[in-house]
Design a protein around this ligand. Structure first.
Ligand code: SF4
Ligand code: SF4
Length: 162
């Protein structure tokens, strides 16, 4: 819920957020309301940078903010809705760290176009493909461009998320 890198002319896949809420539950713990200007406008302190950011609750999220399920351990603006779908009630004015965040940074496909690996963060790979896992281990410390080139040489196709 909670960016954009360009790797030469590599095709970028579109990141689709499923609104599982996990990032806002963990990263959101670092966001706290410092001062409220009104029930719908709040200054927030970012725990990591110490920056102050102002967020605004738009009319369509005010009821959910007031009565939706929340938890003191979550970001104060996160609400759980039906079917375990989470909503950021200040999405339009969410802090920069939330805008930049991607829980997955790259998808890796095999020769047949099947997704065989998911990369989170800078270099954490989740895969059940042993050959890909071994190849990835050997690429620790390489740049994203080098990884993409090397994967391609071995028959994989890597698409970073935009
Ligand atoms: S401000 Fe919104 S996107 Fe950022 S952590 Fe809170 S709920 Fe998530
Ligand atoms: S960015 Fe990822 S972890 Fe966060 S809500 Fe979306 S799918 Fe879940």
């Amino acid at each position: 819920m909670m960016g954009r890198k360009q790797y030469g002319c590599t095709k970028m896949a579109e990141f689709i957020c499923t609104r599982c809420g996990k990032c806002c539950i963990s990263l959101g713990r670092n966001i706290r309301i410092e001062r409220s200007l009104s029930p719908v406008q709040h200054y927030c302190r970012m725990g990591i940078s110490g920056d102050i950011v102002m967020v605004t609750l738009p009319p369509e999220h005010r009821d959910l903010y007031a009565s939706g399920e929340s938890d003191p351990g979550w970001c104060p603006f996160l609400r759980r809705g039906h079917g375990d779908i989470f909503t950021c009630t200040v999405y339009g004015s969410r802090p920069g760290i939330c805008r930049e965040f991607r829980c997955r940074t790259m998808t890796i496909l095999d020769r047949e176009g099947r997704e065989v690996g998911q990369v989170t963060g800078r270099s954490s790979l989740k895969t059940s493909d042993m050959a890909l896992e071994a190849l990835w281990k050997g690429l620790q410390g390489s740049s994203p461009e080098e990884r993409i080139r090397e994967l391609s040489r071995h028959g994989y196709h890597a698409e970073p998320f935009s």
